[in-house]
Write a protein that binds this ligand. Structure first.
Ligand code: ATP
Length: 209
């Protein structure tokens, strides 16, 4: 269960106060957040991820008020409960695909279980390139690695920031299907922010900021 109340954020005193509507998501619910450029979509995603602390208001994820956690506890919570998908993956270029997934589990303080890693590689069609370095991957493989890195530790909440905006229709559908499938497999909530209207029909729950 995810719940926000009276959430606001201000980058600094002279900046506009960004205000967000209250959001409630039940277990496994998905949410698509749309809105024009500059309205605060990425800010909201970063608040959910605990990368920013609200100026006021609260965010509850599975009964934990994340804005009350110390930075050490917040790091641990983020490492275990949150998966972030960016437009471009944040993989370490000097490592292979499989080494990146091992590193992700290590940094998220999860056991480096090769069965878990191999299952994710198979689900995302990356098993045939698992020993390739990141800079040897195709664009599609690289995108799938970004998703693999976000879900390998089985987070309760997957957050995706503009995962499709630079993709053609075929790859847009493919990436969204992978995200929705992975959320279903791991029983996670999936929150996608975008200004890509092609994604709208895939979500029953749409919030326009
Ligand atoms: N680090 C920052 N310091 C100050 N202001 C910021 C910072 N990051 C974003 N902002 C401002 O906060 C507002 C919301 O930005 P945000 O990136 O959340 O919007 P967005 O809806 O994701 O936009 P886009 O669709 O263009 O990515 C904008 O006015 C932006 O200029």
């Amino acid at each position: 269960m995810i719940e926000t109340q009276n959430l606001t954020y201000q980058y600094s005193k002279n900046d506009e106060l960004l205000t967000f509507p209250d959001i409630t998501l039940k277990h496994k619910d998905g949410l698509l957040i749309l809105g024009k450029s500059g309205i605060g979509k990425t800010t909201l995603l970063h608040l959910f991820a605990g990368l920013l602390t609200p100026t006021s208001g609260s965010i509850k994820i599975d009964e934990i008020q994340i804005e009350t956690l110390s930075s050490t506890k917040l790091d641990a919570f983020r490492g275990s409960a949150i998966g972030l998908v960016f437009q471009k993956n944040r993989a370490l270029r000097s490592l292979t695909v499989v080494e990146n997934l091992q590193a992700r589990l290590f940094f998220n303080r999860k056991p480096e279980d090769m069965k878990v890693i191999n299952d994710v590689l198979l689900q995302l069609d990356l098993d045939n390139c698992k020993h390739k370095k990141v800079n040897e991957l195709s664009v599609g493989q690289s995108q799938r690695l970004g998703i693999a890195m976000a879900i390998v530790h089985k987070p309760k909440l997957i957050l995706a920031d503009e995962p499709t905006s630079s993709l053609d229709d075929e790859n847009c559908n493919r990436v969204m299907k992978l995200l929705l499938d992975q959320a279903a497999i791991t029983h996670a909530n999936l929150i996608v922010i975008t200004h890509d209207h092609r994604v709208m029909p895939l979500f029953s729950n749409v919030l326009k900021l």
